[in-house]
Design a protein around this ligand. Structure first.
Ligand SMILES: Cc1ncc(C[n+]2csc(CCOP(=O)(O)OP(=O)(O)O)c2C)c(N)n1
Length: 668
């Protein structure tokens, strides 16, 4: 948390005396009331989730934090932002969607962030912030500055898989994270007692072996003490703590919640536990602060909130086009060099292993983690020997894909260069939130202030005997997500080159390797200059027809091209796309134009919604006048994948099927 130029009321809570703490809590209360008032007009749009009744938690915990420390919160995070030191006008500006807001209007009330104040941000996906906090904490450890990470979430979030994965991961890595569960007894419209009937929430963490305790959020001295102990423990290498803090829910889940589901007795009981009047009373009775001093302080806060609100109301709206851009770094097309011919042949998996070894040796911020990647060297041996050589910089994780990806996101935002392995493409789906909702948004929401330069290695495809849950080709789903770069190396040289390019890239990159290729050997020029990310390659020149493909099917298409040339004299141009995002459209268009206006796209993914559909659409709209025939897609028919190789053969686009498709298209 930096001490930037801001109003004294907006300073972070660290080092404040109890009266100043009260002032901050009162500020949070008044800001939230102002937000609810403005939400009744058009000045604020969308849902807002006030933290009224919960103000004690951010101030109580962050009182023990300092400028090294980082904070994440949920959509109910305005109080955390203000306690961390985010200026009130910037917060209100964001909630009003103004250009002056923390995120220039890109984030809104439930997803705002201000990393320059140590407030890494809110999160609108329940439970998603915990795995990311772990990654941030890995960055803290790497910096060796004894910094900690505080992550807040609700009681309902303790029912999320990602939360449990994060707790398990934090213990396994002994991370300096303080998990703060703000238990307001309601998960949106369902009481937590209904979904967690038999244990207390803190016990869940305790049963995982984490230091865990429960505190009454209205008892400020206990809250300060628990926060201070947890921070001290984390700073001194004692690992994570789980704090369950009970707080009242004084209002509905969000601004429009009429609480028709809530017994009135429950609301009344919660109202008796409001921490704000309790602290006020404590100041008067135990700290000798008189009523008039409190009244003056409160009126100063009210004036400041009015001023900040007026300032934000008068602030300019963003331009309509300001929401475009900063999705990913700009792709600048470069010509891709031809593949080496005379270099030493190296297996695809080994080329990646050598690349990883070099990356770890040259970049002290790089690290590798995933399931079985450490001691065992990966289930396919791709990370073999790296743990022996680099120790903890190549480590095994729990079988917790969301925790792995979240840790990659957080650590990449905090100075590290994580290269993580997800063992199988099919397993990515248990953790997709971390890519689709989290990694993809880091650059965009922060307007480019922060990026998530992480690399995810994963492998996919059909091999003999691979079952329906271990054989899917899912590149189209990933390429559909703006903000994520996706590449599929088709040979050993590219496997090495594309890994190096991915590691140098500032954005999240998914490298989809092919299990079937790991043992294949092709020439690799380890001395070739490293490319920047992107670019397709013409793998075979030809004038009669273009075949566009990527990854594993490239070699199959090349074999088909040789066969059809030998048997039918048809000269096929083969484009290996390499990267689906960014997409090198120009190489595709040039290839189709110079190949008689005929194109086939071949992939091992299902046809419907496959990336071939995207290529086909782009060719059809750009080259409509030049096309001599419809663009053809050849993929696996829309089916599940059988394990038996006999049945698999009928589905996979193999040489005979490709030859047949080429022959037919050529005849048109
Ligand atoms: C993964 C996911 N599921 C569901 C939702 C919808 N949702 C938003 S807040 C919320 C309740 C969460 O309750 P809790 O964690 O107790 O936090 P609180 O809102 O009380 O602060 C739900 C279900 C969501 N945003 N994300």
């Amino acid at each position: 948390m930096k001490t930037l130029d801001r109003h004294p009321m907006d300073l972070p809570v660290r080092g404040m005396n109890l009266l100043e703490i009260y002032r901050k809590m009162f500020l949070i209360r008044k800001v939230e009331e102002k937000v609810l008032e403005l939400r009744k007009s058009d000045l604020i749009t969308g849902s807002v989730h006030p933290c009224i009744g919960q103000e004690s938690v951010p101030v109580g915990i962050l009182a023990s934090c300092d400028e090294r420390d980082l904070v994440t919160a949920t959509y109910r995070g305005h109080g955390w932002a203000l306690a961390a030191g985010v200026p009130t006008p910037a917060l209100l500006g964001e909630i009003m969607g103004k250009a002056t807001g923390t995120n220039g209007g890109r984030a809104g009330s439930p997803y705002l962030s201000a990393p320059e104040f140590g407030f890494v941000g809110e999160n609108s996906i329940v439970g998603a912030g915990l795995p990311i906090a772990n990654g941030l904490a890995m960055g803290q450890l790497h910096k060796k500055n004894q910094g900690v990470v505080v992550t807040s979430f609700g009681d309902g979030a303790t029912n999320q898989g990602s939360s449990h994965e994060a707790l398990v991961f934090a213990i396994a890595r002994n991370l300096p994270v303080i998990f703060v569960c703000e238990n307001n007894a309601w998960s949106e419209m369902t009481p937590i007692s209904e979904t967690v009937p038999h244990v207390e929430l803190w016990q869940r963490a305790a049963n995982y072996g984490m230091n865990a305790l429960k505190i009454d959020g209205a008892d400020m001295p206990s809250l300060f003490a628990a926060g201070a102990a947890a921070v001290e423990r984390a700073r001194s290498g004692g690992g994570p703590t789980f704090l369950e803090v009970t707080v009242p829910r004084l209002l509905g889940h969000y601004n429009a919640d009429i609480e028709h589901y809530r017994p009135s007795g429950d609301s009344k009981e919660h109202a008796t536990r409001d921490p704000l009047p309790r602290l006020r009373e404590l100041l008067k009775t135990k700290h000798g602060i008189d009523e008039s001093a409190l009244t003056i302080l409160e009126s100063e806060v009210i004036s400041y909130v009015e001023e900040s609100s007026a300032q934000s109301i008068a602030a300019p709206l963003p331009g309509a086009m300001d929401g475009i851009g900063e999705v990913a770094s700009k792709y600048v097309r470069e010509k891709i060099r031809p593949l080496p011919i005379d270099s030493e042949k190296v297996a695809y998996g080994l080329a990646i292993n050598k690349g990883l070894d070099e990356i770890l040796s040259h970049d002290p911020n790089a690290l590798i983690f995933g399931e079985d990647v450490g001691t065992a060297g990966g289930v396919f041996g791709v990370t073999r020997n790296l743990r022996k050589k680099y120790g903890e910089r190549c480590f095994d994780t729990p079988i917790s894909e969301a925790a792995i990806l979240g840790a990659a996101i957080g650590s990449s935002q905090n100075g590290l260069k994580p290269i993580v392995e997800i063992m199988w493409m099919d397993f990515l789906f248990v953790a997709l939130d971390q890519l689709v909702n989290q990694a993809s948004n880091v650059r965009y929401i922060s307007n480019g202030k922060v990026t998530a330069p992480m690399v995810v290695r994963v492998q996919q495809g059909i091999t003999p005997g691979s079952c329906a849950q271990h054989s899917q080709s899912m590149e189209a789903i990933l390429a559909h997500i703006p903000g994520i770069k996706v590449g599929l190396p088709s040979n050993s040289h590219d496997a090495y080159q594309m890994l190096k390019a991915a590691v140098l890239d500032p954005d999240p990159v998914i490298l989809i390797e092919s299990r079937a290729l790991y043992m294949n050997s092709d020439p690799v020029d380890f001395d070739a200059p490293i490319e920047t990310l992107g670019g397709a390659r013409i793998s075979r020149e030809g004038k009669d027809l273009a075949v566009i493909t990527w990854g594993k099917t490239t070699a199959v298409v090349l074999r088909a091209a040789e066969e059809i040339k030998a048997e039918h004299g048809i000269d096929v141009c083969v484009v290996d796309l390499r990267w689906l995002n960014p997409l090198d459209e120009e190489t595709i268009f040039e290839a189709v134009k110079s190949s008689n206006g005929k194109a086939i796209i071949v992939h091992e993914a299902n046809v419907t919604g496959g990336f071939g559909a995207e290529i086909s659409a782009r060719i059809s709209s750009r080259l409509f006048a030049e096309l001599k025939a419809p663009v053809i897609r050849l993929g696996v028919p829309d089916s599940r994948i059988p394990a038996s190789p006999v049945m698999q053969k009928a589905l996979i686009p193999d040489v005979p099927k490709i030859v047949e498709a080429i022959r037919k298209l050529h005849a048109i």
